[in-house]
Design a protein around this ligand. Structure first.
Ligand code: MTE
Length: 337
């Protein structure tokens, strides 16, 4: 892959495209994306923002998403001056093993996933358990755009403009009991639409499961995403609902969630179960604790290639230490990797 980020895209986050404007115009007029984006950008940021969002597939968002988008809070969290990863890379270089083991498999195969209607079971230590339609679960939350770094344990990274809801608000609404100490998340199990779950070669014991300590889940950075790049989530990125915890390795950000359980005991998780010496429960981004088979000190920011490797130093907690380091005071992060 030899795509180079145009330098013009390195503009400051205050210049981010008002997607709301360009999306609505795009829908109304059906004209070329690039032309519309240019028409709606702030002065001085035109070329840059066009490059960031070039090629965004319009998607076919359900009504509730369009309604939320119209009220969205743009740029709620930004990534400073870091350039957003081109949409094409964010949607064609994926890990979603339910759809195959190669980076291009999710984009090729996830079209078979039916994401509408979608419901999420909330159970365990909560005052308001039940099966919630996605619309109902997020009804009272305001959609926010948050631009986060995503650092995969495999030592590549991206910068993604997510659209989602703070996880804390949704958890509070289902009223965790005093016994709740962890949150367990589960992905859809549907071998019919998910070739990876049908494969005899997959080592994963489906469904994919992830977990957070309750105080981590309540941290304001933890997000339940329903969209990215100004549109609903593409299937390969975890439609219609995925977790995003930007200070942790990407495998914690579980996709296509169908169950959220508040539990007393630390839940077993997919990667920890597969290789406990390689993948811990915490999985906080930590350049000082190497993976047993490779260093975590540096990362390859996508897009990267032979002549433009785009390698940079990895930051503790992926650069979010100010917001999250206090969650781990007194914890040995070498043991609790
Ligand atoms: N969620 C499920 N259900 N299945 C997966 O295979 N892969 C994880 C995470 N969430 C995965 C998942 C890994 S390893 C990473 S790095 C991120 O999703 C990748 O997210 P992206 O494809 O949107 O970049």
């Amino acid at each position: 892959m030899l795509i180079k980020i145009p330098r013009s895209s390195d503009c400051s986050s205050s210049q981010i495209t008002p997607e709301r404007v360009y999306l609505s115009r795009r829908t109304l007029l059906g004209s070329s994306l690039a032309g519309l984006a240019i028409a709606s950008l702030p002065a001085g940021a035109r070329a840059a923002d066009t490059a960031r969002y070039a090629g965004v597939d319009p998607g076919k968002a359900p009504g509730w998403f369009s309604d939320k988008l119209a009220q969205a809070r743009w740029g709620a969290v930004t990534a400073g001056d870091e350039a957003i990863t081109p949409y094409k890379d964010a949607t064609h270089y994926n890990n979603f093993y339910e759809f195959g083991p190669n980076k291009g498999d999710p984009a090729d195969n996830a079209g078979s996933l039916k994401t509408e209607p979608w419901s999420v079971v909330v159970d365990g230590e909560v005052g308001k358990p039940g099966r919630y339609g996605l619309e109902d679960l997020i009804k009272q939350s305001q959609l926010e755009e948050r631009i986060y770094r995503l650092r995969c344990v495999e030592a590549w990274s991206m910068v993604i403009p997510w659209l989602g809801f703070p996880l804390a608000g949704i958890l509070k609404r289902v009223e965790p009991t005093s016994k709740a100490r962890y949150v367990r998340f589960e992905t859809l199990r549907d071998p019919e639409s998910m070739p990876g779950q049908r494969s005899g070669f997959a080592l994963i014991d489906w469904p994919y499961v992830e977990g957070l300590r309750l105080d981590e889940a309540m941290n304001p950075l933890a997000l339940l995403a329903v969209g990215m790049y100004g549109r609903e989530l593409p299937n390969q990125n975890g439609a219609p609902l995925r977790l995003v915890v930007p200070w942790k390795y990407g495998f914690k950000s579980i996709k296509s969630i169908v169950r959220i359980s508040l539990v007393e005991q630390q839940p077993g998780t997919t990667w920890q179960g597969l290789a406990p010496s390689e993948y811990g429960f915490y999985a906080n981004v930590n350049p000082e604790v190497d993976h047993p088979r490779w260093s975590q000190a540096r990362e390859r920011r996508l897009p990267s290639g032979l002549f433009s490797p785009n390698v940079r130093s990895t930051e503790m907690f992926n650069g979010y230490g100010e917001e999250v380091a206090s969650l781990y005071s007194g914890l040995d992060l070498r043991k609790n990797y």
